[in-house]
Design a protein around this ligand. Structure first.
Ligand SMILES: Cc1ncc(COP(=O)(O)O)c(C=O)c1O
Length: 363
């Protein structure tokens, strides 16, 4: 039990900026003189329409999204995108390229196989996904409707750098669930980008889709209405009742991101945070990072001690000290610190101090 807020290193749902939570708290009972909570408000009301339009515009500005892209807020999480993408895009050749870089890429591949051919061009599975494979243009053989990558692999702690993006002529599709707004991403390189909100954008329940307008409108005949991007694009994401409170919270987070100086400023802080933690791992005789240095994520940092006993001891003692949710994914073992935008530099510094102290006592 804590009588103060802790440092939360969860992979998602994850830490939110305290300023955002306080604004939500202040506006909870009476949103801007409407006399009601956003939770209680019709999605057809002028007040909510303002919220959704402002949220879209703020995202467009923060990510430099060009006018020929549609921004949609949908439900069903990243996992529903694994089906929506093939249903809407795997329509001409019924075939797409995939880079298998982790569990979330694997899930996208399995789902795509229901609708067509999912061609795995490269994989790092043989090395427990500890690196991002480098591919060349020649690796992408034959016709395909699109190429798919998971930009930041939440579980394994790897991310794509621009030089490793597939060099293809077909639209590039990417899952940016765990890195959106954490680092600069050139939207124009992609035909479709999506992100579940529960890491860098707000609470779970809303999924952001950014899609080139000319890719919309070719869905397979079997596509359910709600899984057709055109449905959401044509109705300003309000074909049915959208996740209103989630969109409001996303809007508050975007205003917070802008107040921090935007994505460039946050990326600079994220680079410093990640460097501090990776330097600690590189200098340690007890802890070891699991990812090759050139592909290390800025957002998710997995690391291990030499034995499970030490891993468990570290997690237990860290939890007692208010450093929460450091247990790694079962396929990697050990620990994982997720250090999204809302984790301040001091949070990472506190973790590093704790690790150094733990090492002194346990080596
Ligand atoms: C990169 C990535 N993609 C997709 C998902 C699945 O998202 P959801 O649980 O919203 O379906 C996750 C969940 O952690 C993720 O990290």
């Amino acid at each position: 039990m804590f009588d103060h807020r802790v440092y939360n290193f969860a992979a998602g749902p994850a830490a939110m900026p305290e300023e955002v939570l306080k604004i939500a708290q202040a506006e909870m009972l009476n949103y801007k003189g409407t006399g009601m909570s956003v939770m209680e408000m019709s999605h057809r009301s002028a007040a909510f329409e303002n919220i959704i339009n402002e949220t879209k515009n703020d995202l467009k500005t923060l990510m430099n999204i060009p006018d020929d892209y549609e921004i949609m807020f949908v439900q069903g999480g990243g996992s529903t995108q694994f089906a929506m993408i093939p249903l809407n895009l795997m329509t001409k050749y019924k075939r797409a390229f995939f880079l298998k870089t982790g569990q979330w890429a694997k899930k996208a591949i399995s789902e795509a196989k229901i609708y067509g051919e999912a061609e795995v061009v490269a994989s790092s599975e043989e090395a427990v996904f500890t690196y991002i494979p480098q591919t060349t243009r020649a690796d992408y053989k034959g016709d395909a409707d699109y190429a798919y990558i998971c930009y930041n692999n939440t579980i394994y702690g790897t991310h794509f750098t621009p030089g490793k993006l597939p060099d293809v002529d077909v639209p590039l599709v990417t899952d940016i669930s765990s890195c959106i707004l954490g680092e600069k991403i050139d939207v124009t390189k992609f035909g479709l980008l999506f992100a579940g909100a529960q890491k860098n954008l707000g609470p779970a329940g809303v999924t952001v889709v950014i899609m080139k307008k000319d890719l919309i409108g070719n869905a397979m005949d079997i596509t359910p209405t709600m899984l057709n991007y055109k449905t959401h694009a044509d109705n300003n994401s309000m074909y049915n009742t959208p996740p209103t409170y989630g969109i409001y919270m996303l809007g508050l987070v975007l205003k917070w991101v802008a107040s921090q100086g935007g994505v460039d400023a946050l990326e600079a802080v994220n680079r410093k945070k990640a460097a501090l933690l990776y330097e600690c791992l590189d200098n340690s005789k007890l802890f070891k990072g699991t990812v090759v240095p050139e592909d290390r994520s800025l957002m998710n940092v997995p690391f291990v001690c030499p034995t499970d006993e030490l891993n468990n001891k570290f997690i237990a003692e860290a939890t007692e000290a208010g450093l929460m949710e450091l247990k790694g994914h079962r396929t990697v073992g050990g620990m994982r610190a997720s250090i999204y935008n809302a984790t301040p530099y001091e949070g990472v510094q506190t973790l590093v101090n704790f690790m150094e102290d733990f090492e002194k006592k346990n080596i």
